[in-house]
Design a protein around this ligand. Structure first.
Ligand code: GDP
Ligand code: GDP
Length: 446
């Protein structure tokens, strides 16, 4: 299957969300990879942080949507059917349409039946994929799935790609058309996700920003029961805050609670242009914060870091906080940081300028001429070290994309990871790129 790289120009406004659900091992992750055309992100590994992205941008036939992959989460064997059902309910709640995957070689199980009940209740569009139909012979098995009462089963082989085009056509037909955005001609209001651990002050911040009157409840995701996004006016402009339902609603302590929170966070990041990571300034940066930062970087979003509860920070805490920032936030040194007290509103007005700065960096484009002049100087000052008698040279560079800034370097060989970091550092010194990750793709010509 051929999935084009998303150009930011194509993604005007928020895109619809497709959740891929089903029992463990039916092939959800394989199918998601197929939908994504196995687009691989270039990411440097952060030790101690597991890679657990669940939401991705996808494009089929020129239409963009967000795919939520629930494949990474396997409920334990105890109470399996109920857990699968609970997981499905969460994912369906987030989505505009659901791709329900069944293993056609196994047929329908109790767990599948439980999910079907929830799907019916949700009233949202469902596309039924009968997976592992690897050849024509196996197609007969798919027909038994008509019994589920979810309409036509689409026989597909996620592994080999068989039938996946028809399946994706059906997915597109089920997803709502993105609503036309009237606020600005280009892409509509900026999309912001407020993310962070529980109790850091996300909803306090949102309430501060939105006030009570100025909130426009906007039922973006058509059939979704929760109003998902809110339009908020700040600094004379309208901004779209993503998945505020997830922030405002207190999530019940339940099995899979953490997974629930993560699914929401990951999907919000994917749907946003710029993320505000809220940290409790009284507390040290935690593993969960690192996970969120990792996700923001992998998803290539702009970032602002807000240290909240500044009213509780005294000189001693300040001293340690500065050291923690140096140690734990070194990977995102480029992100604008603001210190705020959401409870009183102190310095909350600094958020908009920080967002503007981050978005500006995220959308910066360097002309090919300026980039190559810069690369020429960089190499002259600090050439790549010689490796086993060879010295990789940079022949030419371009920046084919913004949002985030993405560079292609044509070289005579692979570059050291350290040298790539050096290039990134110098790019930032020279051109700013405040508030945005940078992607460098090295293309050796040999
Ligand atoms: P998940 O737990 O639902 O995400 O399932 P995975 O995507 O991890 O797949 C589970 C297993 O089924 C893996 O061994 C896959 O290779 C296999 N699988 C997935 N899709 C197909 C398919 O279309 N045909 C066959 N024969 N195997 C498949
Ligand atoms: P959320 O779970 O991230 O949405 O956090 P909340 O907005 O619900 O806040 C969690 C707790 O922190 C509440 O008791 C808030 O009153 C408190 N809180 C939020 N912002 C501040 C702040 O700026 N200073 C202080 N001292 N407390 C705050």
């Amino acid at each position: 299957m051929n999935t084009e790289e998303i150009q930011p120009e194509q993604v005007a406004g928020p895109v619809p969300v497709l959740a891929v659900i089903g029992r463990p091992n039916v092939g959800k992750s394989t199918l998601v990879n197929r939908i994504l055309g196995r687009r691989e992100a270039v990411v440097e590994d952060v030790p101690g942080v597991t890679r657990d992205r669940v939401s991705y941008d996808a494009v089929w036939n020129g239409r963009a949507f967000t795919v939520v992959d629930t494949g990474g989460w396997d409920p334990d064997a105890r109470g399996m059917a109920e857990r699968i059902a609970a997981q499905a309910e969460i994912a369906i709640g987030l989505a505009d349409a659901t791709l329900f995957v069944v293993d056609a070689t196994v047929g329908i199980t109790d767990a599948d039946e439980a999910v079907v009940k929830i799907l019916r209740k949700s009233g949202k569009p469902v596309i039924l994929a009968a997976n592992k139909v690897d050849d024509e012979r196996a197609e007969a098995e798919a027909y038994g799935l008509w019994n589920l009462g979810l309409g036509e089963p689409y026989p597909v082989s996620a592994l080999h790609g068989r039938g996946s085009g028809d399946l994706l056509d059906a997915v597109l037909a089920a997803l709502p058309e993105p609503p036309p955005e009237q606020d600005t001609p280009l892409g509509g209001p900026r999309r912001i996700a407020i993310v962070g651990r529980p109790n850091v002050g996300k909803s306090s911040l949102l309430n501060r920003l939105a006030g009570e009157e100025r909130v426009v409840v906007d039922n973006v995701a058509g059939t979704t029961v929760d109003p998902v996004d809110e339009l908020v006016e700040l600094g004379g402009r309208t901004w779209r805050f993503i998945d505020t339902a997830g922030i405002r609603k207190r999530v019940k302590e339940a099995s899979g609670h953490e997974y629930y929170a993560w699914l929401r966070t990951s999907t919000a990041i994917e749907r946003a242009e710029v993320c505000v990571l809220v940290l409790d300034a009284e507390q040290s940066v935690a593993e969960q914060d690192m996970r969120i930062l990792q996700e923001v970087r992998e998803a290539g979003k702009a970032l602002v870091i807000a240290f909240n509860k500044w009213d509780l920070v005294d000189d001693e805490r300040r001293y340690y906080l500065d050291r923690e920032i140096e140690r734990d936030l070194v990977q995102v040194q480029w992100a604008p940081r603001i210190n705020i007290t959401a409870r009183t509103g102190w310095h909350v007005d600094r958020l908009v300028p920080a967002l503007d700065k981050a978005i500006e960096g995220w959308e910066t484009r360097i002309s090919t001429g300026a980039l190559n002049a810069f690369l020429g100087r960089l190499v002259a000052e600090h050439p790549h070290p010689v490796r086993s008698g060879k010295q990789p040279r940079i022949l030419f560079g371009t920046q084919p994309q913004t949002s985030p800034p993405t560079f292609a370097l044509f070289t005579t060989g692979k570059l050291d990871a350290g040298y790539e970091r050096y290039i990134e550092r110098r790019l930032r010194e020279q051109f700013g790129f405040v508030g945005t990750p940078i992607v460098i793709n090295v293309k050796p010509r040999e």
